[in-house]
Design a protein around this ligand. Structure first.
Ligand code: NAD
Length: 293
C-alpha cells in the first residue's frame, strides 16, 4: 500500500516518520522544503501533490484548518482532479465537521472514500506513536485503515459517519480549554486567599478535580512556563469551529464562548504563539499576581 502524506508540521513530521518505521512506502509534500527534507532523510520520497494523487492508494493530510484541506483537495489544481475511484482519503487535521462532510461529498462523486481522523495528544504523543485518534466515515473503510492508523496512535475509535471524528475533536477541545480556565481561576483564588498554588495542586491532584490537564498544566502555570505545546492561536481556531458547529446544530455553548474571549484577549496581547496554559496570564493580569511566584 502506497501512502501519500501532505502537511509535515509539528504533528505531520513525527506521524509520517512512524508510518515509515512501520514499513509503509511514503510519498510526502509540504510548503516548507526543510520539513520535506527531514522526512525524506527518514526514508520518504518527496513528490508534488499531483504525483501523490496519481500514484498513492491512501492519501493523508495533516494541515492547519478547513480552508487548507479544501484547497489542497478541491481547489484549482487540487488533488481530487487527479485521483481515481477506489483511492482513500484520510484527513487527520482538526477542521470543521461541516467542511469534512463537504469535502467527502465532492470526493464521493469520483468514487473516493474519506475518513476524518483528527488526533489528540500533541507532539510528544505524535513522536511516541501514542495519539488518540477519533474517526468518522464508513465503518468498512475505518476497518481497512485501522492497522495503519494504529502505527500513529495507541487508540483509533470509530465515532460515526464522516464529520463525527471532528465533532469528537471539538468536544475534546472544549473540555481541555474549559479545564485550563477552571485551573487558572482556582489557582488565582488560592494565591489571593493566601494558599500556595503548589500545595493546592499536591493536595487535590489525587481527588475528583485531578485530571490530565491539571497534571500537564498546573506545573507550567506555577513555573510561568508558556512554551507551546499547543498554541493559543490553534485553540482559537478549534473553538471557532466549535462555536460555528454549535450554532449550526442549535447547541448552546456558553462556557466555550467565555473561554474563547479570554483566548482572543491573549492573542491580542502577543499570546497567540504561547501554550494554551497561558490562559493563567489573563487571570494574572486581572489580579496583578504571578501564580506560584
Ligand atoms: P503546523 O502548522 O506545525 O503544520 C502544518 C503544516 O502544513 C506546515 O508544515 C505547513 O507548511 C503545511 N501546509 C500548509 N498548507 C499546505 C499546503 N497547501 N500544502 C502542503 N503543506 C501545507 O501545524 P500542526 O501543529 O502540525 O497541526 C496540524 C493539525 O493538527 C491542526 O489541525 C492542529 O489543530 C492539529 N493538532 C495539533 C496538535 C499540536 O499539539 N500541535 C495536537 C492535536 C491536533
Amino acid at each position: 500500500m502506497k501512502i501519500g502524506f501532505i502537511g509535515l508540521g509539528i504533528m505531520g513530521k513525527p506521524m509520517s516518520k512512524n508510518l515509515l518505521k512501520a514499513g509503509y512506502e511514503l510519498m510526502v509534500s509540504d510548503l516548507h522544503q526543510e520539513n520535506v527534507k527531514e522526512v525524506e532523510a527518514a526514508g520518504a520520497k518527496a513528490a508534488t501533490n499531483r504525483e501523490i494523487a496519481e500514484i498513492c492508494d491512501v492519501i493523508i493530510t495533516m494541515l492547519p484548518n478547513s480552508p487548507h484541506v479544501k484547497s489542497v483537495m478541491l481547489g484549482e489544481e487540487g488533488m481530487a482532479a487527479f485521483m481515481r475511484e477506489g483511492q482513500i482519503f484520510v484527513d487527520m487535521s482538526s477542521i470543521n465537521p461541516t467542511a469534512s462532510q463537504e469535502i467527502s461529498a465532492q470526493l464521493s462523486k469520483k468514487g473516493i472514500k474519506m475518513l476524518d481522523a483528527p488526533v489528540s495528544g500533541g507532539e510528544p504523543k505524535a513522536i511516541d506513536g501514542t495519539l488518540s485518534i477519533m474517526v468518522g466515515g464508513d465503518k468498512d473503510v475505518f476497518e481497512k485503515m485501522k492497522e495503519m492508523l494504529l502505527c500513529m496512535g495507541s487508540s483509533a475509535v470509530y465515532c460515526g459517519a464522516v464529520g463525527a471524528g471532528n465533532t469528537t475533536k471539538l468536544a475534546n477541545q472544549i473540555i481541555v480549554a474549559c479545564n485550563i480556565q477552571a485551573l487558572a481561576e482556582a489557582m488565582t483564588l488560592a494565591q489571593k486567599a493566601g494558599v500556595e498554588p503548589q500545595l493546592v495542586f499536591e493536595a487535590i491532584r489525587g481527588g475528583l478535580a485531578g485530571s490530565t490537564v491539571m497534571e500537564a498544566k498546573a506545573p507550567m502555570m506555577i513555573a510561568g512556563n508558556d512554551k507551546p505545546g499547543f498554541k493559543i492561536d490553534l485553540h482559537i481556531k478549534d473553538l471557532n469551529n466549535a462555536l460555528d458547529c454549535a450554532h449550526s446544530v442549535g447547541a448552546p455553548v456558553p462556557m466555550t464562548a467565555a473561554v474563547q474571549e479570554i483566548l482572543q484577549w491573549l492573542h491580542n496581547h502577543e499570546g497567540g504563539q504561547k501554550d494554551h496554559s497561558a490562559i493563567a496570564q489573563y487571570y494574572e493580569y486581572l489580579t496583578d499576581i504571578k501564580i506560584g511566584r
